[in-house]
Design a binder for this molecule. Structure first.
Ligand code: FUB
Length: 455
């Protein structure tokens, strides 16, 4: 969780800049190493998680988080979906992973450090994209120095491949069970040459090619793309292409220059198509308090060049300007479905799942592209308060736009005693951005907020 005071001070300074912001797409936590997955019309975004308190000036990462969207602008927080502790043989360092779907199960490939030393890649499995995940084999799938950042690609013929590594790049053919690999082919190490993986101007050790880590596989019109952070730190993003998933790879170009803002010296690509459009996910250090060890995931829509090459993509604050769908407010909407927020935090427990918490006076949540249809008469919300409570003021189009109504939240007896409350709202038609502005007295936990609906 962010330091609320630092966030408020920084946002007072940055407010004019971030009022239209969509990037970073998650503001409730520091997130990194985006790994998006499209499944049944929903984008599940798996991220690693930089803790608020950085220990020994190094990556401090204990769990992986998941967010989902059907419109590319509102992200539903599913909380931490697993921790490195799922792997009993691991001692920590929950770095960049990727989750894929196969035969009714979700396989999440994750790099961690082993209790007995050294890097390893584990595989966790679940029946649901949001967990719970368990260790699929009770031991590392692979272990070795530099074995980090696995990426998985299942080709049209059903053959799955995994690439990984820093500073080397390796791959294996995964067996159909997704938890073992083809022993006959074994582990293939790429020959990292300039013509395949770009020229490295800053020479480190004996490395020449620009490839650094964080590979991501993608296919378009029979051409395979391998995206990766490149050039050593600070990293830029680059890509290579090949006619076969196993290469030979031909260096393409830079996709994104080094991002100076926020001091994130790493970057990490994730490329998907959603509703016919390509999106590039990456990370920077742009949230208040951001550093190289407190990063934040962003996304940019883009178009391929006519020849199939990837254009140079510039990081923006606006990110996705046009939502891929409108949000239906006449069904239960999780309060943690957020386009932008200031001040609040999210929490998760077994009974309620994920909910919005740490609400104080002036905090707000923005939800984009809400389709009011012919208009609503009432707003209902599930809330809980152990204090004096507060109010949810409901605005459209701006944080201080048109006030539709106000929900009074009284003390419900306990911060975990949930009550569904109703208020009247003025009728508006069509599609609007919706703002929940929280009001109340002093204190930073006026009430909890689990879900809402228009009626
Ligand atoms: O997030 C920890 C490490 O930093 C990742 O594994 C790398 O890809 C880099 O982003």
């Amino acid at each position: 969780m962010k330091t609320k005071f630092a966030f408020i001070v920084a946002t007072m300074v940055l407010l004019p800049l971030i009022s239209k912001a969509q990037n970073p797409i998650i503001q409730t936590n520091y997130t990194a190493d985006p790994a998006p997955m499209v499944h049944n019309g929903t984008v599940y975004l798996y991220t690693s998680h930089d803790e608020d308190v950085t220990v020994k000036n190094f990556f401090t990462m204990n769990d992986w988080r998941c967010y989902s969207t059907t419109d590319m602008v509102n992200w539903t927080d599913h909380g931490a979906v697993l921790s490195y502790k799922v792997f009993e043989w691991s001692r920590g360092d929950a770095w960049a992973g990727q989750c894929v779907y196969r035969n009714g199960k979700f396989y999440y490939y994750l790099p961690v450090n082993q209790k007995n030393g050294g890097n390893a890649i584990g595989v966790a499995v679940s029946d649901s994209p949001t967990g719970p995940f368990k260790d699929a084999i009770g031991k590392p799938l692979l272990s070795g120095y530099g074995y980090i950042d696995p990426t998985i690609f299942i080709d049209a013929d059903g053959q799955a491949y995994m690439y990984w590594g820093n500073p080397n790049l390796w791959h294996v053919k995964l067996n159909e069970d997704m938890v073992s690999y083809d022993q006959e082919l074994g582990i293939v190490k790429e020959d990292l040459k300039d013509e395949n993986f770009g020229y490295r101007s800053k020479k480190i050790d004996n490395r020449t090619a620009s490839y650094e880590e964080g590979p991501w596989l993608y296919k378009r019109n029979s051409l395979y793309y391998l995206l990766y952070p490149a050039g050593g730190v600070p990293e830029h993003l680059a890509y290579s292409t090949a006619k076969s998933i196993t290469g030979p790879w031909t260096y393409g170009d830079t996709i994104m220059h080094v991002i100076k803002e926020g001091g994130a010296f790493t970057n990490h690509p994730g490329l998907i198509d959603f509703k016919g459009k390509p999106y590039l996910f990456y990370h920077n250090g742009a949230l208040p308090g951001g550093t190289g060890f407190k990063r934040s995931v962003c996304v940019e829509p883009f178009s391929f060049n006519a020849d199939g090459s990837i254009p140079l993509i510039h990081p923006t604050k606006e990110g996705v300007k046009e939502s891929a769908a409108n949000l239906n407010p006449f069904v239960r909407v999780e309060a943690e479905t957020i386009a932008w927020e200031e001040g609040i935090e999210t929490s998760k427990d077994e009974k309620t799942g994920v909910y919005v918490t740490n609400i104080s006076n002036g905090d707000y949540i923005k939800v984009r592209s809400v389709d009011f249809g012919k208009g609503a008469k009432k707003f209902s919300a599930s809330v809980a308060s152990a204090s004096q409570g507060g109010k949810i003021e409901i605005y459209i189009d701006a944080k201080n736009g048109i006030l539709l109504g106000t929900l009074d939240v009284k003390n419900t007896g306990d911060i975990q005693t949930w009550k569904t409350l109703l208020c009247k709202v003025n009728k508006v038609k069509g599609v609007h951005d919706l703002y929940f502005v929280f009001k109340g007295g002093a204190g930073d936990n006026l009430f909890n907020f689990d879900c809402w609906q228009l009626k």
